[in-house]
Design a protein around this ligand. Structure first.
Ligand code: GLU
Length: 430
């Protein structure tokens, strides 16, 4: 029988991100007896936009690229979510990522819905000039499907503040002169100089560490002197590692698409981040011994921070893990089988829609500052982010304890109850 998701069938191993997202939703819907109509609506995104657009390469040739913007839900506010540049981007992945944004914003109690976008290509193979043309042509193709009160993109895997500024500038060029500055908030995660917020770049890593600190407090676990391992050393992983190490925690292994390293004395997150900035990956960093992916997953440690892509903690890798808790910096790093194995091993999981919500939370602050023509100090941003992460963590933990649910299901239940309430009040038109 169809589950209404439209995702391609498959059980356990090999489930794609959207099947995982649907399984998570269905589990939470059962746990809270979600209204059937609301459940049906949430199983599919509202809008799926796919564009094919040509871009001129530096050598004069043209390349046809495929871009996506999936708008999952906007009952809580404008669609919100990042844009990913990656060679594996595909429809079901972006659909999953868009749905996770809906839950994430609802968990955080910020007035946004969920969306995600992406272009299927490898940004590492392109010059800055090509990246600029790709971004601008994609923005043009999206046209009025985005907007500061409608759908607000942000950075994700393979994109950054510069990408967002190109997007903003292109969008501004399509509005009347006197409206240009009013639409600055069409995108968040911009550079500080072009209308971004203090603290946005580190926000996902910072938010994750605030959650780690709450977890540590709850479990009477000393972070000073503890060990952690990180998968993915991009924006999320590198900031989380740098901030955690300032609390006395030691990063003893790291793994990314270029290789894996281990050092019992601890890898220096700041120096490693600089190496990754220069070379594109952790491989070749002199501060640790080279290990295999399996050895990385098997490293005995206190905390594991997956901060790369989906479906990394699976039936194959979960049995290897020897950690006490997983804090999901990536979106969807744990599949359904992986999650069951973590539970059977007694490993705590703080799910993506809570653990990595610092990014979209500071995006919300950026959007507010743009609207009000304000600029908040870093202390103000951090303090507000801290308050919201602590509140969300404790709310999710309360739901988990009261209803005897795992943290992910509890986070979903909290999000879905808020969304369901709005559907009840507003009804379904006509
Ligand atoms: N791409 C980030 C995420 O997955 C940030 C989204 C945003 O700031 O809108 O949460």
């Amino acid at each position: 029988m169809s589950d209404g998701s439209g995702a391609k069938k498959g059980k356990g191993k090999g489930m794609n991100a959207y099947e995982v997202a649907v399984a998570q939703l269905n589990r939470a819907a059962d746990a809270m007896h979600l209204d059937e109509q609301v459940h049906t609506i949430l199983l599919q995104p509202k809008n799926e936009l796919i564009v094919n657009f040509p871009v001129k390469m530096d050598d004069g040739s043209y390349k046809l690229l495929k871009g996506y913007r999936i708008q999952h839900n906007n009952i809580m506010g404008p669609y919100k979510g990042g844009i990913r540049f990656h060679h594996d981007v595909h429809l079901d992945e972006v659909k999953a990522l868009a749905a996770w944004m809906t839950w994430k914003c609802a968990v955080m109690e910020i007035p946004f819905g969920g969306a995600k976008g992406g272009i299927k290509f490898n940004p590492r193979e392109h010059s800055p000039a090509e990246l600029e043309r790709i971004t601008r042509r994609f923005t043009h193709a999206l046209g009025n499907n985005i907007g500061p009160d409608h759908d607000i993109p942000a950075p994700d895997v393979g994109t950054n503040g510069q990408t967002m500024v190109w997007l903003m500038d292109t969008y501004m060029n399509f509005v009347p002169q006197d409206r240009k500055n009013a639409v600055r908030g069409v995108v968040t995660g911009k550079t500080l100089t072009s209308g971004g917020s203090q603290g946005r770049e580190k926000a996902t890593g910072q938010g994750l560490v605030y959650v780690v600190q709450e977890w540590a407090k709850e479990n009477h676990f000393p972070l000073d002197g503890c060990t952690f391992i990180v998968q993915g050393f991009g924006n999320v992983g590198s900031f989380a590692a740098r901030i955690l190490s300032r609390l006395g925690a030691s990063m003893i292994a790291v793994q990314d698409h270029t290789g894996a390293l281990r050092s019992n004395e601890g890898l220096h997150p700041g120096r490693l981040a600089e190496h990754v900035r220069q070379t594109g990956g952790v491989a070749g960093y002199a501060g640790g011994e080279v290990i295999t992916r399996e050895e990385f997953f098997s490293t005995e440690c206190d905390l594991f921070i997956p901060a790369a892509l989906e479906n990394q903690i699976t039936a194959e890798t979960a049995p290897l893990l020897k950690c006490r808790a997983v804090f999901e910096g990536a979106n969807g790093p744990t599949d359904i089988e992986g999650e069951a194995i973590l539970a059977s091993k007694g490993i705590d999981v703080v799910p993506d829609i809570l653990a990595n919500a610092g990014g979209v939370t500071v995006s919300y602050f950026e959007w507010l500052q743009n609207r009000r023509a304000e600029s908040w100090t870093l202390d103000e941003v951090d303090e507000r982010l801290h308050r919201m992460m602590v509140h969300a963590y404790n709310t999710v933990r309360r739901v988990a304890r009261d209803r005897k649910l795992d943290n992910r299901t509890a986070a979903y239940v909290h999000a879905l109850e808020r969304i369901q309430q709005v559907y009840k009040e507003r009804g379904i038109f006509p």
